[in-house]
Design a protein around this ligand. Structure first.
Ligand SMILES: C[S@@+](CC[C@H](N)C(=O)[O-])C[C@H]1O[C@@H](n2cnc3c(N)ncnc32)[C@H](O)[C@@H]1O
Length: 311
């Protein structure tokens, strides 16, 4: 697979108001439970889905209820994922992981139907980024491999930061993990040329031209957390830095493409995607998140749950 995999597909290559990469893309903000909202969206309608789900939110009750709901009717996307790939292996693995306790079972019971929807919504050249912390990343990797197929796994990105108190009883944990899966390993969009470059660690070892251009980021990203003061800070507790999302959006979508984040929080994905000329669709069930996003992206359209149109 070449670094720039697959040409722009006719399906997702729309232009933004004729203005190309410089024009702001549209932003739709949906207020409501993400599962309800995204079930109304059309198959294959997003080139990029970025998800930063909450961990250990104390929603045990709510999630248990959700898991206990009778399963909805199967849709074509489900059949492909569950039967076409590794359905039996996946069910067995899930059973094995239950041994690790209710907490994980509960967490995955919440995430699984949302991941299945995310997969259904991805275009053939689309990419899923799942942002996790060290406590859940390994379980999620094993389960996702079995759910969608290991051959669709593209990368494990490590976002390393260095902030806050450090324990002296073990190695201080200062990284997040982002798992990257592509819908079709032969067709996915990845444009390394579009990605912001970073300084060489030892610029004296390369030519001045190379040093001036900077190097391509690898799968380990050193990046500060959102600065506690400054333009970017919204005050939303789990806000992720724009620099991390910029790389993701630059590499895995084109201007005019549709980008989805249904754990949107402060709307970092939308702010970055829109500035890069992509169309963003954001979902969150927390009124505070909706307020923060509306202020951050005044050009956005806010849609209350239940009034969403299939798009
Ligand atoms: C970790 S935060 C995302 C932070 C975001 N990446 C940012 O940069 O600000 C997770 C978000 O998911 C939202 N959330 C959790 N469960 C949800 C659900 N069932 N439907 C919609 N949003 C949900 C929470 O309200 C929270 O804002």
């Amino acid at each position: 697979m070449s670094e720039k995999a697959g040409p722009a597909s006719a399906a997702s290559g729309r232009s933004v108001g004729g203005g190309g990469a410089e024009a702001s893309g549209s932003v739709d903000i949906h207020h409501g439970d993400n599962l309800d909202v995204i079930r109304g969206f059309a198959d294959g309608s997003f080139t990029l889905v970025y998800l930063d789900p909450p961990f250990n939110t104390g929603r045990t009750q709510e999630r248990a209820l959700e898991t206990a709901r009778p399963p909805r009717e199967e849709r074509p996307g489900d059949v492909v994922v569950r039967r076409g790939f590794h359905g039996r292996e996946y069910e067995r693995l899930k059973g094995d992981l239950r041994a690790y306790g209710d907490r994980f079972d509960d967490y995955w019971g919440f995430l699984e139907p949302r991941l299945l929807e995310a997969w259904r919504l991805l275009a053939d050249d689309g990419t899923l980024y799942l942002h996790l912390d060290y406590r859940e990343a390994h379980y999620a990797k094993v389960l996702l491999d079995a759910l969608v197929g290991r051959e669709r796994f593209l990368n494990e990105l490590i976002w390393a930061y260095d902030y806050g108190a450090k324990t002296r009883r073990r190695w201080p944990t200062k990284h997040d993990t982002i798992l990257v899966y592509v819908k079709d390993p032969e067709r996915y969009w990845f444009d390394s040329e579009a990605v912001d470059r970073e300084p060489y660690m030892a610029p004296g070892l390369v030519t001045p031209e190379k040093a001036a251009r900077g190097k391509l980021p690898t799968d380990v990203w050193w990046h500060t957390i959102v600065p506690t003061t400054g333009r970017e800070k919204t005050g939303y507790p789990t806000q992720k830095p724009e620099g991390i999302l910029r790389r993701i959006v630059q590499a895995s979508s084109r201007p005019g493409d549709r980008v989805l984040d249904f754990f949107a929080g402060s709307g970092t994905t939308g702010a970055v995607a829109s500035a890069l000329g992509r169309h963003a669709v954001l979902v969150d069930d927390n009124p505070e998140a909706i307020a923060v996003m509306s202020e951050r992206m005044p050009h956005a359209t806010v849609i209350a749950s239940g009034t969403a149109q299939a798009s």
